[in-house]
Design a protein. Structure first.
Length: 256
């Protein structure tokens, strides 16, 4: 909230393993999100829905071990917080107790506020998530931009307000019109973190593999590829295969 007040933009990226988390932490990323996007990026699922609590905890532990200064946020997977407040509290608590995160993230608006309120009351920091909420992909009928219509935009603004009132310390805004994101950012006191929500949010988040040009199955319009590592990886592995086949590797310098 202090960063928002100072207009100091917040940086957030995803990590699912120790090495990536180490690099992000070393380079000064403010927040590392262990997203349920690992279901698609790491585990090869078509959506985030199949990801389990055990899978999330497994990857989150590795990320948290590496993070010395960055805030680590664990993404609560589908059906880990929707069944009951009690089960939601138990699962959120596991992220803090077992995985070592400083906060959790969950999707939804007014309907999840009782859960958010209870979590915050017992000492679990909560980051909200509005707009395109991937766990509701079938209900939304895909990943289309949300909040274009006036009624939907008003609902999203209202949802942001009630999430703030329930105690959420920040809200991710995914794939919504830039002007709507600007209005929400100006309306609430807590920071907004945008992904496909334009330049007016208090911070930005991307999937690291998208940013690095490693995930080629689908490249969202809102992603900027700062590198194309998939090409470098192909070249390196092809060279390795060629040299091993030709007996060029290992050489004397690699032998004992």
């Amino acid at each position: 909230m202090e960063m928002k007040q100072r207009a100091n933009k917040i940086t957030m990226l995803t990590a699912y393993d120790y090495i990536t988390s180490s690099l992000l932490d070393e380079l000064g990323i403010d927040v590392i999100l262990v997203g349920d996007s690992l279901g698609m990026v790491i585990l090869g699922h078509e959506t985030t829905l199949p990801v389990t609590m055990e899978e999330m905890l497994h990857h989150t532990k590795a990320v948290a071990r590496a993070a010395k200064r960055s805030m680590v946020v664990g993404d609560m997977p589908f059906m880990s917080y929707q069944i009951s407040v009690e089960e939601a509290l138990y699962n959120a608590g596991r992220f803090l107790k077992e995985a070592g995160v400083q906060a959790i993230k969950l999707e939804g608006g007014e309907e999840i506020c009782p859960v958010v309120f209870k979590m915050v009351k017992v000492g679990i920091p909560v980051m909200g998530h509005l707009g395109v909420t991937p766990q509701s992909v079938h209900q939304m009928g895909g990943y289309a931009v949300q909040g274009r219509e006036e009624q939907a935009a008003k609902k999203m603004i209202a949802d942001a307000k009630v999430l703030e009132e329930a105690g959420a310390f920040a809200i991710v805004l995914e794939k919504i019109p830039s002007e709507l994101a600007k209005k929400i950012t100006q309306t609430i006191r807590v920071p907004t973190i945008g992904i496909g929500a334009g330049p007016h949010c208090d911070g930005q988040v991307l999937v690291t593999q998208d940013l690095l040009g490693m995930f080629e199955k689908f490249i969202p319009q809102f992603v900027k590829q700062y590198a194309k590592l998939s090409n470098d990886i192909r070249s390196a592995i092809s060279s390795y295969i060629k040299e091993v086949k030709a007996g060029e590797f290992p050489g004397e310098e690699h032998s004992f």
